[in-house]
Design a binder for this molecule. Structure first.
Ligand SMILES: Nc1nc2c(ncn2[C@@H]2O[C@H](COP(=O)(O)OP(=O)(O)OP(=O)(O)O)[C@@H](O)[C@H]2O)c(=O)[nH]1
Ligand SMILES: [Mg+2]
Length: 387
């Protein structure tokens, strides 16, 4: 039996639902151009007619459309739309009639939260499950609309030509060495693509951290699973550079005292309540989540804000509960990748290093200081057996 978590991560064979047309939904709040290009390649490979919608235009500046069109290398223009205000719906209806043959099965494609289900709901008038958590739609579903069948899809990467893709596409590698080199290179490329966009947001957070530490505050970092490892690395490096840093994760969650009473799962609030008890006015809480949808992580940021903390999200997906909960968002740009991410974690580790090493330098921490932060300090203790 699949758990919900596994289902959410299933990568989707595009051909499985025999599309005869496609509508590509681009989320203008977070266009994820590199992933959109994979969708476009897949559409091109099956050779079906399509058009693309620039959704959530109610939240962004109109000039963004032309820029994203150019980045996508599209020959046709994006239809500017909002599933909330209904902007562009008439144009979408007209474009469907113009682009697709009667009775065509039309796949609505795009990453999670791009508004695929919202579009189908607006077109059909049906009351469908819509929400800002990654993976609201977990299976393909066909709906009749006019003379067409619209297929709602899962917002995980869909790639016809790369069925074995787990994280990085290795399908055309011939030797083991080639696969290894490909993975190393892809991790590096994820970091380089992050470098292209993240420097200003990292700089802003370095400034926040410096000010707050000088004011006597501390940093608290959290994440789940692979992001827990990133959080632990950040906390470790914080301590090695003299930054008061604490870390709470759900690793070994069952051994946390809160697990007995409140639970330490991703979907439970035990950890977020527990860890935010340490947040005082002016402390900084950093939440890390590749998807941006890890329950206790975004809940911790919301709770930290309520306690007067300053919140920072490190995530690949900013149009998510985590991105929305944070005062400062650092977006990585490592996608596309398959359901078992590796490039995103590599990019998040690099972001953590950039934050803490820049901070150390700007605070004048020397190598000698750093060694002294690392040296163990000893406290006299009682002799064994003396009670
Ligand atoms: N402001 C604004 N919000 C929108 C718009 N379209 C969708 N949303 C919101 O974005 C979130 C995601 O919408 P969905 O329609 O569930 O997106 P999806 O692509 O089906 O997402 P998954 O099922 O997770 O793959 C929801 O909170 C919607 O209310 C829009 O044009 N403007
Ligand atoms: Mg959906």
């Amino acid at each position: 039996m699949h758990t919900k978590r596994v289902l959410k991560k299933i990568s989707t064979p595009f051909e499985a639902f025999e599309p005869q047309g496609a509508i590509l939904m681009v989320n203008m709040v977070d266009p994820q151009v590199n992933t959109m290009k994979v969708f476009l390649e897949a559409i091109e490979e099956v050779g079906i007619p399509f058009f693309a919608v620039a959704n959530k235009m109610d939240l962004v500046d109109g000039a963004r459309c032309a820029k994203v069109e150019e980045e996508l290398g599209l020959s046709l223009s994006l239809i500017a739309a909002s599933m909330l205000t209904m902007e562009g719906m008439d144009e979408i209806r007209a474009q469907i009639a113009e682009t697709f043959a009667p009775k065509a099965r039309v796949a609505v494609l795009g990453v999670f939260n791009s508004g695929k289900t919202s579009l189908i709901s607006n077109l059909t008038g049906l009351d469908l499950a819509i929400g800002n958590l990654p993976g609201t739609t977990l299976e393909f579903t066909a709906y009749d609309y006019d003379d067409y069948v619209l297929i709602d899809t899962v917002g995980q990467i869909i790639d016809v030509s790369k069925p074995l893709m787990v994280s990085v596409d290795l399908s055309d590698c011939e030797t083991t060495q080639e696969k290894i080199a490909r993975i190393l290179r892809q991790d590096a490329e994820g970091i380089l693509a992050t470098l292209e966009i993240a420097v200003p947001s990292i700089e802003a957070v370095v400034g926040v951290l410096r000010d707050r530490i000088e004011a006597g505050n501390k940093i608290v970092v959290t994440g789940a699973g692979a992001s827990a490892l990133v959080a632990m690395e950040m906390a470790g490096q914080g301590l090695e550079t003299g930054v008061p840093t604490m870390v709470f994760t759900n690793n070994l969650g069952d051994m946390q005292p809160v697990s007995f009473a409140k639970g330490a799962g991703e979907e439970e609030m035990g950890l977020s309540k527990y860890m935010t008890m340490v947040i005082n006015e002016g402390d900084v809480m950093i939440g890390i989540s590749a998807s941006g949808g890890t329950g206790f992580v975004y809940d911790a940021l919301e709770r930290a804000s309520q306690r007067g903390g300053i919140t920072v999200a490190i995530t690949e997906n900013i149009d998510t509960p985590l991105g929305q909960a944070a005062d400062h968002v650092i977006k990585s740009n490592a996608k596309p990748e398959g359901p078992s991410s590796s490039k995103i974690q590599a990019a998040h580790l690099a972001i953590g290093h950039a934050l803490l090493l820049t901070l150390a330098d700007e605070r004048g921490v020397t190598a000698d200081d750093s060694v002294s932060f690392m040296l163990p300090e000893v406290v006299p203790t009682k002799k064994m057996g003396i009670k």
